[in-house]
Write a new protein. Sequence first.
Length: 656
Amino acid sequence: MADERGSLVSCGPHGNAESSDGSGSDARLALVGSPNSGKTTLFNALTGLRAKTGNYPGVTVARYEGRTQVGEHNVLVEDLPGTYSLDAISPDEQIVSDVLDPDDVATETPDGLVVTLDATTLRRSLGMLAQVLSADLPVCVVLTFTDELIRRQGGVDVDAFARAVGVPVVAVVGGRRREIGALRDLLPHPGDWLTPAVVPPTDTREVTAWIESVLTASKYTLPRIDDRTRRIDAVLLHPVWGTIVFFATMFAFFQVIFTVAAPLQDYVQQFFDFLAGQVSEHVDTGWLASFLGDAMIGGVGGVLVFLPQIALLFILIALLEGVGYMARAAFLMDKIMSTAGLEGRAFVALLSSLACAIPGIMATRTLPSTRDRLATMMAAPLMTCSARLPVYILLTGLLVSSSDRVGPFGAQGVIMFALYIGGAVSAMATAWLFSKIGRGTGPLLPFYMEMPPYRLPSVRSMALSVWDACRGFVRKVGVIILLTTAALWLLLNLPVRGDADFRAAGIDPNDDSATSSYVIEHSAGAAVGKFIAPVFEPLGFDWRINIGILASLSARETFVATLGQVGAAENPDDPGNALEQMRVTEGAREGEPLFTAPVLAALMVFFLYALQCMSTIGVMRRESGTWKWPAIAFGYMFVLAWVMAFAAHTVVAAVI
């Protein structure tokens, strides 16, 4: 190749793609490709939608759709799950096979297929291309990572490659707009695309020969082994050093979350304090000021104050994904997963649950074994999701101050790391138990996972991933938590009390703090909390904590909002300090501090194990096809949460 970079350009009949009749009819296209081939990045570049990208199999386990405008044409683009073959052995791979099968009436067959092939692993990728070309649908090929191929001293003649496979081929690097333009010109009319004169063979030996002929014709030169990747992997994939690095990375992960996000959290808190002050100053109607200040600003703001930690959490996850470390972590964890009777793909699902159990449960579709899918599904909610983060931050802040240290490390970060490790260990134990229960329900199938080279992650891709996570968190606050906190305010302020009630109780009606405490302690919410008190009394919880736990069934974060309302009622000027000073109002512990170390330990452990998310239960019902397993999950996790919280309360009380 005389001009290396000149050969890596778009080719094929990609004119203006106008049909002979000049019509602007829409086309439906599907993106097909293996994991790590740049398929979802291409989808984002074409449609502008926020689809998550990742460097390991199993991230995209469902179909994503978006539209792209090409001149007058509106093209629908569908992002199919990543797959190495059309011989489906798992539900997500079956999706691809079903979509490409014209005889499958349950799924709509696309008008054409856009196949992404990683230029650095072209020999392996061509096997799937041969299968796709046999589907009797128009095909366009997008070669990705051609810049990396050149950097590693490999090469391919793109024009010759297009002639060899008989379909249009476009080389695209990282979704660059100028190269995407050449591809976009092809999209509106897939019926005009060139088709191969001879369909590739289906026999394995003949397919191998076809692959070799295509590589020879396209002057393909294998890229050199990336020495940098090899040297780094010698450490990160080492059974001893790699494991040490993994746990050190995770430990530093949580130290950074607290160290960096703390100042930002203070700014957010000051903003909501300012809003609450404005309400108190300008709203004269007592009940309205209480509703706006305590329920809306106090409740919702009490959760949004943790947005910096949430954002930083997802920035670090996106960074580790983008550089290629997550695939190495999956490799290291494969042996550990085997002790739980699972295989490496289950780690992907459990890892996804660190963000939210819902995508983790959906990611079980990547598992070919019914037994493994069920075991992983039942274990996923035990992984410490981001919804627990606001609760943990609140409780650890009550237990230890930000200045407390464990050796050279912040005490809050150490506690958070222990909680995450506890969730992971518990998830593994649960997966082992359910894999034993479901033994014999499916065959042991091979596990294949590719180690991507280390790459600098795309800033745009990381930004979109973090934006999606934060937007989802804010949306939950704006809908679920807003409605829940409004309902809680009603429960905590009804029935309405007048001056006569306050005087009868010996309270000055002008004492706002005393009247607020009286109202909340004699409210409908307090009655509910006291009704279930016998269940939680052994854990040291009182009725105020009980209503927070009940509220958290809608979303875990509402526990923070509930305590925020309670604290604001007792001390509107400093709700956080009110929680620290809160006392038990009745029973054997009357007059003692409510949030003692044993109670805080029991609360953290309870939230570690309890399934307090109706959305997760709904997704589990959809994925399992029955209410049986969600009911079992909710029941066993509640019992486990109560027992472990009781044990934590007992042990901590004995120690101190």
